[in-house]
Design a protein around this ligand. Structure first.
Ligand code: GLN
Ligand code: ZN
Length: 759
């Protein structure tokens, strides 16, 4: 039995790739030194894999920015606007990734989207009608040569033509179908080159097969591969899927002339039953994804061996595989110096997962005495719960009844009463929470964290910031104020640090996009609130002003989605525990006189299942109630806001309304306001604040521009339900931009109100 993985983290154990690339962006290092670091990292990662006993080593999983973008560039899918800049190939590539503004011109980047149900983002390729699609790049070829020079058994990996096409955007008259032939030919050209190099396996990744596909999609898939597989000659082709199960595609997949098929047995809940029901072709190799590429817990060998035996009874040849690329987990636990060993024993990051694959292979193949000990140790890890259960928390969860998930009275009654209590003007103005995080603000937090300043000094500094922030908002004339979030590094980490049940790593970075990485906390045990978290800041801010100041919290679904979740209890259960902890904070804020509380659900959509049939049963049916549990206990006149960082909720609009918040703010300025039609069509009940300007850009929107946006919004939303606010938090912006933008926002709202009063 052999082993492989789908991909390895490329950013480097010390995030070397991030730092050198950012230096390159700033003009501080040359192309050569960027390439040298990249080359060294590849080599280091390959040797690590080889030394761990991995048989087939992925090549071309490396990327300077994103592998979807790499695939586009390989096949000359480079929109005209980037060619026109006349830059060298590397800078053209980065211009596509990040946009370009300089002496050669001014172009925006390609769109960026979340990669399936992960927090990794890919660049969306654009297909222009007259594009000359063919193999023009050499990245995958060069990397194969590098690997072969090291005498590695290289398995180049590439995003497959079907998923590539479906993720791309057509910008002209041609449809995706129209591009299929030329794209297929380009892949065939690549095959010929790889064959000449002596490559024996090529993995084409087709994760789209785990999503809902139409008959038309399926026939496109079959057409593309029939063509490619006819010409494959010496290179064996693996069709690799991940992030779920292939369900209906199984027949097509197994009928085609692939040499290997990669299936995900972990996230693919139906993979095993599909395999058992249909069997597996004798002449193909099954690449069985049994080591979790998405989570950081140790593999349970007993469970995996049982699974593998079942798989083995159906498939003759098996290669042990990760369930998806290890890109989604951090590099190694060996860099966690401060985390107690009792925790680390239970974790397995990318490097440790290589060891797990090797162990599993040996456990399957032989009865080496050494393996017996390894196996026993693994069994011992899972023999007792890794953390002591918190009886209080569990009892609280068990005692919840339907009533706890419903706020009374209903929305309309609350809306009427709140209008009378708050006396807001029409189109009330507000912001999303954070204010610019200046160097001084960050230094204050860092100094406190490193014991350089006392708690008192730390707090006094933040209170001064809050006072200035409140004064600024009053001067600008906003209606609902915020305290500014100067105490927070990150909206999830901050709450994690103040709740029981979370632990934090030092170096467990995961790539989010390009050079950006995140360090998700780990949910270790049952979650509860120790003491109040935000009350001191919020009440301090509130007593400085007569205007309402919003309490500012992160919601349970977002906290869950941006952490590494437990595997010993259901996601639902963890989320409900977090919801109860945040609920305690909500009630505490209310008790201390905070009348408006915002509970951010920036990442609500992230773990929405990839197949529609699973949306409710596997996710929304508990995620939405979890949110409701957080706020169902407040008084009628306490106003609950929520915020989401995107407007892609047309398809779950009813569920969003069912969160039963009083007001929701969300990103809209970059989405052509199509969401407004959906809101109107759904007769959306919750009051809404579609962001009127984009905070991701340093641009200051003019008053007129905001007025125009508001007028468009008012054609779809009744004025009694419309709020005026930016897209998202302001923490990455400068104070000057923020002040100017908010002044324009307030004056635009005032202008529009005037036109309504005179009607
Ligand atoms: N309240 C948070 C802020 O303003 C929300 C951040 C987010 O949505 N990502 O920073
Ligand atoms: Zn946001």
């Amino acid at each position: 039995m052999e082993t492989t993985i789908i991909g390895f983290p490329r950013i480097g154990a010390q995030r070397e790739l991030k730092f050198v690339t950012e230096k390159y962006f700033r003009g501080k290092v040359s192309i050569d030194s960027l390439n040298e670091t990249a080359c060294n990292l590849r080599k280091k990662h390959w040797l690590l894999q080889k030394n761990s006993g991995l048989n087939l080593i992925p090549v071309n999983d490396f990327s300077l920015y994103d592998t979807t973008l790499d695939t586009a560039v390989l096949f000359n899918v480079i929109p005209r606007r980037y060619h026109r800049l006349g830059l060298n190939p590397l800078d053209t590539y980065f211009a596509m990734a990040r946009g370009y503004q300089g002496v050669h011109g001014d172009v925006k980047a390609l769109a960026m989207k979340k990669w399936f149900n992960t927090n990794y983002h890919y660049m969306v390729p654009e297909l222009e009608d007259d594009m000359n699609i063919k193999l023009t790049g050499t990245k995958i070829i060069d990397e194969c040569k590098e690997a072969l020079a090291l005498k590695l058994l290289a398995k180049p990996v590439i995003l497959g033509p079907f998923t590539f096409l479906q993720l791309a955007r057509c910008t002209g008259k041609k449809t995706k179908r129209d591009f299929a032939d030329v794209l297929t030919n380009a892949y065939k050209e690549l095959l010929t080159v790889l064959e000449k190099l002596g490559i024996t396996w090529l993995s084409v990744e087709e994760p789209l097969l785990v999503t809902d596909l139409s008959q038309e999609d399926l026939s496109l898939f079959a057409d593309i591969y029939r063509d490619i597989l006819q010409n494959k000659q010496g290179v064996q082709i693996l069709c690799q899927t991940y992030f779920g199960d292939v369900r209906d595609c199984y027949h097509i997949l197994t009928a085609l002339d692939f040499d290997g098929i990669g299936l995900d047995f972990l996230e693919g809940k139906e993979t095993l039953s599909t395999l058992c029901a249909n069997g597996f072709p004798e002449d193909k190799i099954l690449f069985a994804g049994v080591v979790n590429g998405k989570n950081i817990w140790r593999n349970n060998y007993t469970a995996t061996l049982t699974l593998l035996k079942k798989i083995q009874s159906k498939a003759r040849y098996i290669v042990l595989n990760s369930s998806c690329s290890l890109l989604h987990v951090p590099f190694t636990i060996t860099q966690e110096i401060h985390l107690n060993k009792k925790y680390l024993l239970h974790f397995s990051f990318a490097e440790e997962k290589l060891q797990e694959l090797s162990d599993l292979k040996k456990l399957m193949d032989s009865t080496e005495p050494k393996m017996e000990k390894i196996y026993k140790n693994n069994v011992a890890l899972f023999a007792v719960p890794h953390a002591v259960p918190d009886a209080m928390v569990q009892k609280r969860v068990a005692c919840l009844t339907k009533k706890d998930f419903t706020r009374h009275p209903g929305f309309t009654e609350r809306e009427n009463l709140q209008k009378k209590t708050f006396h807001f003007p029409l189109l009330p103005t507000t912001t999303i929470g954070s204010f610019p995080q200046t160097l001084a603000v960050r230094k204050n937090r860092a100094d406190y964290r490193n014991n350089k300043i006392s708690l008192e000094t730390y707090k006094n500094f933040n209170k001064k910031q809050i006072a200035a922030c409140i004064a600024l908002q009053e001067k600008i004339g906003l209606d609902v104020l915020v305290h500014g979030e100067f105490e927070r590094n990150d909206m999830v980490e901050y709450f994690g640090e103040h709740l029981n049940g979370f632990i934090f790593t030092e170096n467990a970075w995961v790539q989010s996009y390009g050079t950006r990485c995140v360090k998700p906390p780990i949910i270790w045990s049952d979650v509860s609130r120790r003491k109040s978290i935000t009350v001191e800041w919020s009440t301090y801010a509130q007593q400085l002003t007569n205007k309402p100041v919003k309490g500012m919290l992160t919601g349970p679904v977002t906290i869950l989605n941006w952490s590494f979740p437990r595997e010993d209890i259901a996601l639902r259960e963890s989320t409900i525990q977090i919801a109860l902890a945040i609920r305690d904070e909500v009630l505490d804020l209310e008790k201390h006189g905070i009348r408006i509380i915002q509970i951010d659900e920036a990442a609500l959509r992230e773990k929405l299942p990839l197949r529609k049939a699973d949306w409710h049963t596997n996710y929304l049916d508990w995620a939405i109630p979890a949110f409701r549990l957080v706020h169902s206990g407040v008084k009628v006149e306490t106003q609950i806001h929520t915020h989401m960082c995107y407007s892609e909720f047309n398809d779950i609009i009813k569920d969003i309304d069912n969160m039963d918040a009083d007001v929701i703010t969300f990103e809209a300025s970059r989405s052509d306001f199509t969401v407004l039609d959906a809101l109107q069509a759904a007769e959306f009940r919750t009051e809404v604040g579609p962001g009127v300007y984009d905070i991701h850009s340093p641009r200051v929107p003019s008053e007129l521009e905001i007025e125009k946006s508001l007028k468009v919004m008012l054609t779809k939303i009744v004025p009694q339900k419309l709020w005026v606010n930016p897209d998202c938090g302001l923490k990455t912006r400068s104070i000057i931009e923020t002040k100017a933008s908010l002044e324009h926002l307030v004056s635009a709202a005032i202008q529009v109100r005037k036109t309504m009063d005179s009607k």
